[in-house]
Design a protein around this ligand. Sequence first.
Ligand SMILES: C[S@@+](CC[C@H](N)C(=O)[O-])C[C@H]1O[C@@H](n2cnc3c(N)ncnc32)[C@H](O)[C@@H]1O
Length: 249
Amino acid sequence: MDRWKYYDIIHQRHSLMNPVDETKLERLYDLLELKPNASVIDIGCGKGEMLIRLAEKYDIKGLGIDKSPYCVREAEKGKRQRVPQADVRFLEMDGAQYKAESGESSHLAMCIGATWIYGGYRNTVRALGGMTRSSAFVMVGEPFWRTNPPREYLQSEGLSVDSFGTHHGNATTGESEGLRLVYTVVSSQEDWDRSEGLHWSTAAEYALAHPEDTDLEELLARDSKERESYLRWGRDTLGWAVYLFRKMR
Ligand SMILES: C[S@@+](CC[C@H](N)C(=O)[O-])C[C@H]1O[C@@H](n2cnc3c(N)ncnc32)[C@H](O)[C@@H]1O
């Protein structure tokens, strides 16, 4: 099954494709106080929800990049419906291949839940730092281990202990890359439950509405495996947070 199709189906009811509570994020958006024409880049932007929300709140110049054609289509639709006049655009491409135009440097660079694009969390913090100007913000969304992950969980998910750090580790990694941590938004188990539950319910809804789809068996098997892994291990083991850093020079 096409992986972008799978992600599109299980995220039908998500605007943000991560276990983050939007009211908590709103407090973080308040802190940004972006000036008119501030340039914002979002790598792995999903449906563009963060850029669109920021464009509703501030007069930004935004660029969102995502590899999924489904996401870029949704992002463009959201932009047309909610902020048609805003200077926000979306590109369908591999984020790792994006090269900023010469002289282009952002006031806010973010990558929320897609750090594999740069080969991991530290590389992402570094890459985003390199795209930003003096006193800019760098925002990264990343999982963290709440407790030592059980071996069965790692095997089932194809992860290793090194796949993620701790919450404290994620915070200090940014600092060791020369940035200053200024805020975090940490997801609760309730936030995770909502996000995961929406995957399960939309997979079931899709299956009932599209009995002819030849991908159904694979879709439901994959959703069942992910649900089992979350309930058995993930819910107690994995945390998730958005880290907001600032360049101090
Ligand atoms: C977990 S989702 C997060 C989306 C968005 N940041 C959000 O919080 O709603 C990860 C996103 O990364 C995108 N993605 C995966 N690999 C990518 C790549 N190599 N380049 C750009 N986007 C990629 C996926 O299509 C998906 O939209």
